[in-house]
Design a protein around this ligand. Structure first.
Ligand SMILES: CC(C)=CCC/C(C)=C/CC/C(C)=C/COP(=O)(O)OP(=O)(O)O
Length: 339
């Protein structure tokens, strides 16, 4: 099972239709081996027989197109920015799957399990470089947009480095964990909401407001993702059940629970810091302990707080009403992932 198309906002489906041909053209400029891996990873159906549900949700391209429309520009003007942001996202997923040894992504085997680690690393690198090149070659606003996307990508890498380092540490604080989340996911959502506007040379105040919306939305998105990594339905998430606990990820619900100072926190620490791999029964116990120690409720409340802050940023901008409605619909879609 994957996301029912009927629940996906129309603006996201439209963005996928507008941006996919441009992405495919850009992938066609890579060398044939890299183009093949990138096509597989993106889930383009005719080459590999992958069902349409096997491609990504295209959330970030939709945000990019809306950020240009926020200033009255046609969505089409921001297509290069949408391609660039989605390429950075896909670079990060290709590499992340290797780092986490994940077997499944978008309801099919991960690219590295099909093409090998080295080739999948190179394909990620190729997409990252292409993202910068696509923006840099745009005559209007391209240089500024490229600089912005690359500096946010640096934050993405900083967040990922922290996430990896936390796996080896037993004393991660909640504020360190939240900073990691802001970098790992908030930064690229912020970029998605900024670069379309930068490319069409929007006023700085509009870019700032959209950036704030994206940053808060990215945080809310990642907090919901952390909840789904423990309590999500694997048929919907495309990830194995309790995957984040099996790899002992220091996600936000886990760190909240470990640092709560309750009896459940102490038992969770015993399980989590035991060097022996946890059997399935103890993974389920860990999930219960996280809930008992308040990790689930706190994370849900924090996600709701960031959603409200994101909507507040939008309300401060005088956006065309259709654009405002589309941004709001995406915000609710990504934070109410009960689909
Ligand atoms: C540098 C490096 C390796 C960074 C990795 C950072 C990383 C993996 C962050 C996770 C972000 C996230 C939840 C992505 C899923 O997005 P989505 O649900 O929108 O995915 P979709 O495109 O498949 O729909």
């Amino acid at each position: 099972m994957s996301i029912p198309t009927s629940s996906v906002p129309a603006s996201v489906l439209q963005a996928r239709d507008i941006v996919t041909p441009a992405m495919r053209a850009a992938v066609g400029r890579l060398c044939p081996d890299m183009a093949r891996i990138a096509s597989y990873h993106h889930g383009w159906t005719d080459e590999f027989g992958i069902p349409a549900s096997g491609s990504g949700k295209s959330l970030r391209p939709a945000l990019v197109l809306l950020s240009a429309q926020a200033t009255g520009a046609p969505a089409e003007e921001a297509v290069p920015a949408a391609v660039a942001v989605e390429f950075v996202h896909n670079f990060s997923l290709l590499h992340d799957d290797i780092m986490d040894a994940d077997q499944e992504r978008r309801h099919r085997p991960t690219a590295w399990t099909v093409f090998g680690r080295s080739a999948a690393i190179l394909a990620g690198d190729a997409l990252l470089i292409e993202a910068a090149a696509i923006l840099a070659e745009q005559p209007r606003g391209g240089g500024a947009a490229a600089a912005r996307l690359m500096s946010d990508t640096q934050r993405l890498i900083t967040g990922q480095a922290a996430d990896l380092e936390f796996e080896r540490r037993g004393d991660v604080t909640l504020s360190e964990c939240l900073a990691m989340v802001a970098n790992k996911t908030g930064a690229l959502f912020a970029s998605a909401c900024a670069v379309g506007a930068i490319l069409v040379e929007a006023p700085a105040a509009v870019v700032r407001g959209l950036t704030g919306f994206g940053e808060h939305l990215g945080l809310a998105f990642q907090l919901v993702d952390d909840l789904l990594g423990i309590w999500g339905d694997p048929r919907r998430t495309g990830k194995p059940v309790l995957a984040d606990l099996r790899s002992r990820k220091k996600s936000v619900p886990v760190v909240v629970a470990l640092t709560a100072g309750t009896g459940a926190s102490a038992r969770l620490a015993e399980l989590y810091f035991d060097p022996v791999p946890l059997p399935e029964s103890e993974l389920a116990e860990a999930a219960t302990l996280i809930e008992e120690a308040g990790g689930r409720a706190w994370t849900e409340a924090e996600a709701a707080r960031h959603l409200a802050a994101a909507l507040d940023c939008l309300d401060r901008l005088a956006l065309p009403s259709d654009v405002l409605d589309n941004f709001r619909e995406i915000a609710y879609f990504v934070t109410d992932r009960s689909w």
